[in-house]
Design a protein. Structure first.
Length: 471
């Protein structure tokens, strides 16, 4: 098999700059730079190349930036996680892991953390689970933990003792308890798909930043155990991509475990951050490659400059988006690179939204074919103005959305299409809803319901007709 080779972009003399993960001291990679400097675009380009080479990526996507490189989207509609499921550890170990993650993300105090730990242990005991045993039983859920905390607050109040710690803990964790994401006893994560095609964990619609980070960490923790279960390999089988990763990394975080151990399991990690100085020195020292774009904050530029052996002024003074210094462990010194953005890469014009679930080897074959085809096409493709290329056209964006979310229930798809035909913009839609709402408050309830039903039905009909037109 050909060695994995990722083209990053062009050097100053027009030379091609490549990254070959297997040549480096480890397959991990880091991209740093101020907001807007080109980190996300770089990750997308790398994911695209990896996928073309038959290595799928698992992407933790906080902002819905990665739709155009995804084959498969995970969110709360098609997956559940129960972080209290303890296999392959003991319940006690799982408790420490969960409480540590929540403590960091929700900034819990020592007493709150203690109360949370007690509640998690009680939840296990209530299910008849010995916290030190490996016996497999159905785990409790966050719902159970929440109930235990609420009962405890009640009890303390009745006893006229201070319930403040427990109550503030409940308030802190409320967004987490209220998501409804953590109500299932069993995790259902489609690992088979994750290891076969590029998968995005879509967190954008989760209620708060904290909940997003918590879900990401719980997920990465599960991924880690899945890797252990699959066993060691010399082949690269997966890349785990975390854009804006600085809030997920600390000594005890699952992501840090991945950085330390995943290479043995054929898995690389690619991180980006706009606040590199939040990482410990060991994180940067442990990646096989770094790209530094402009770091406007001197503190960050100094930190990165020290790691890469460049004068910090050079990093601070980079100006062009997508141009930075690359430092690979296999080479001495740094090279300036202009990253080739996703839209200029081979295969993008034709592959973009057509990709379906494929086995990795099929992808390799297809990409080889496409490369051939593109060689011919490339010269003929018209250049679109840069401004337009940077912006993902709305229509295309919607196409993914509709396909992924509603394909199992066509009437819903028709309804969404119809509603879209009615209001081509969100603002207009909101205005219309507001106008309808005000109108209703003057009418009788039954009339209002009939009006709504008629409206929705007509939208569905229009959507249905449009769907037929499209076919
Ligand atoms: N290598 C590149 N070449 C051309 N344009 C780029 C490049 N990288 C990023 N851009 C553009 O610059 C803008 C910001 O890039 P982005 O990757 O979102 O930055 P960041 O993730 O660092 O905030 C986007 O509009 C993107 O399309
Ligand atoms: Mg970004």
């Amino acid at each position: 098999m050909m060695a994995l080779e990722i083209i990053l972009g062009k050097g100053e003399s027009g030379n091609e700059i490549k990254w070959m993960p297997k040549n480096e001291k480890n397959p991990h990679f880091m991209v740093v730079g101020t907001s807007g400097s080109g980190k996300t675009e770089t990750l997308k380009a790398v994911v695209h190349e990896l996928s073309a080479a038959g290595v799928p990526s698992f992407i933790v996507d906080f902002h819905q930036d990665f739709d155009d490189v995804a084959d498969n989207v995970l969110d709360f509609t098609n997956m559940t996680i129960n972080p209290l499921e303890y296999a392959p550890e003991t319940p006690e170990a799982a408790m420490y892991k969960v409480s540590n993650i929540l403590k960091k993300i929700f900034a819990l105090g020592v007493q709150q953390e203690g109360a949370l730990q007690d509640a998690i242990l009680s939840a296990y005991r209530d299910k008849g689970i010995d916290i030190r045993s490996m016996e497999r039983k159905d785990a409790p859920t966050f719902e159970d933990v929440k109930n235990i905390l609420e009962n405890k607050a009640e009890y303390l109040k009745e006893e006229k003792r201070s319930s403040q710690t427990v109550e503030t803990l409940l308030v802190r964790l409320r967004p987490l308890f209220n998501t409804g994401f953590f109500t299932s006893k069993k995790s259902t994560i489609p690992f088979k798909n994750i290891f076969a095609e590029t998968t995005v964990l879509k967190l954008k619609n989760m209620p708060t930043e904290e909940v997003k980070y918590a879900i990401a960490e719980f997920f990465i923790n599960k991924l880690k155990y899945e890797l252990y279960a699959r066993g060691k390999t010399d082949k690269m089988v997966l890349y785990c991509i975390v854009d804006e990763a600085h809030r997920l990394i600390d000594d005890k975080s699952p992501l840090n475990d991945l950085l330390r151990e995943s290479r043995k399991y054929g898995t690389g990690v690619i991180l980006s951050s706009q606040r590199p100085s939040d990482f410990s020195d060991t994180v940067l020292a442990n990646v096989g490659g770094i790209i530094a774009f402009q770091c406007r904050l001197e503190k960050d530029a100094i930190f990165v400059g020290r790691q890469m052996g460049i004068n910090f002024e050079e990093i601070k003074n980079l100006t062009e988006v997508g141009t930075g210094f690359v430092n690979l462990s296999s080479k001495s010194g740094n090279e300036k690179v202009k990253i080739t953005p996703l839209w200029k890469r081979k295969g993008m014009k034709t592959v973009k939204k057509e990709r379906k679930i494929e086995k990795p080897h099929e992808t390799v074959q297809k990409e080889a074919q496409k490369k051939e085809e593109n060689k011919k096409e490339d010269d003929q493709v018209e250049e679109t103005p840069k401004q337009e290329r940077n912006k993902i056209p709305e229509e295309e964006d919607d196409a993914i959305y509709i396909r992924d979310e509603y394909k199992h229930f066509p009437p819903l798809l028709w309804l969404v299409r119809g509603l879209k035909a009615y209001f081509s913009s969100v603002k207009r839609g909101a205005l219309f809803a507001f106008a309808m709402g005000s109108a209703y408050s003057f009418f009788e309830l039954r009339l209002a319901a009939a009006l709504t039903a008629a409206f929705l039905l007509s939208a569905t009909a229009i959507g249905f007709m449009r769907s037929r037109e499209k076919k």
